[in-house]
Ligand binder design. Sequence first.
Ligand code: NAD
Ligand code: DAU
Length: 340
Amino acid sequence: MRLLVTGGCGFIGSNFIRMVLRDRPDAVVCNMDNLSYAGNLANLAHVERDYPGRYFFERADIADADQARGVMRRHRIEALVNFAAESHVDRSIEDASPFVRSNVLGVVVLLRAALEAKLGRFVQVSTDEVYGSLPLEAQYAAFTEDSPLTPNSPYSASKASADLFCRAFFKTHGLPLVITRCSNNYGPCQFPEKLIPFMFFRATRDEPLPVYGDGLNVRDWIHVEDHCRGVLMALEKGRAGAVYNFGGGAQRSNLYVVREILKFCGKDESLIRPVKDRPGHDRRYAVDYSLAAAELGFSPGFGFEEGLRRTLAWYRENPDWVDGATSGSYLGDMRKRYGE
Ligand code: NAD
Ligand code: DAU
């Protein structure tokens, strides 16, 4: 299989590429990424050396039709998995425009190019956030693939829009595509604006940990390797036109997660700082992945506490990666945001 992975220099895409190269010896992977602030070449250090002739990198923008077509043609692409996106909710609140460009226009450009190139499979990596928010009370059932799309942030609105375009390209043009909707990922190589690495790096430096609102918002955590296995199953076995939810079966409040991080670091809870809530902050996510279990054989392998411990240990053991990811303009942005 000659596979195009878009957004492969990001957190999940880079873990996915490593998995495919390791577990599918016949696969050739082209990674197309425009190296936005979240794209990090260090996430794929050594893959060209470790998998000679099986990995190629193209710096290109999914919203640029000529670039997208050119990459598909040059690499004789047969299937595509799209991870490329602006992915951070807080940034979408500050400025929605890049989200429209990459997450909506970019996906439509890829769909059009995939049709022209007659790809055999297109996987759109979406998110559980398109379903909106659940109340905290457990009697409200988890999201299924039939739950209505009620996005609350500009980020989730852009992802829901892309999902609707994917549906339309399947119905109208018969493009053989699958949509996946996963809950919150954690694991190695996550950009440090997201809750777990963000709190870990701050705790290690004895910096205050800004917890939004009352800290009781709940996320359904899944290890990135479990998500990537699910995406690979959807690529290889998914029914054309289907949507598959993936979740970790691990609903935890933000305060719980932050306390676990502090325990791992041997730091005191006095570092926790309640701050103003995120506008439009979704209260709870919980994902019903029984369709993916029945049709694809998916189930998450990691327990949350063990997965978290291994993830934090990975960050501790990879100081060069951490220095690269937490220096430069990113750190400047964060210092400004918290008035430091
Ligand atoms: P990330 O921000 O770490 O990585 C995104 C990557 O896409 C970066 O390498 C960036 O350079 C690239 N990119 C952005 N715009 C691009 C463009 N126009 N052209 C080419 N490349 C571009 O994101 P992530 O956390 O790895 O998420 C990957 C995908 O998975 C996203 O689509 C996101 O919506 C989805 N998702 C994420 C999570 C999560 O918990 N992180 C959960 C469910 C779904
Ligand atoms: O559910 C899947 C989604 O998970 C993905 O689609 C998104 O790309 C990904 O960013 C993630 O979205 P969240 O908004 O849930 O993730 P984030 O890490 O930004 O925040 C997780 C929770 O922690 C959320 O309730 C907000 C809270 N939070 C976050 C930060 C960065 C804080 O309390 N303080 C913080 O400083």
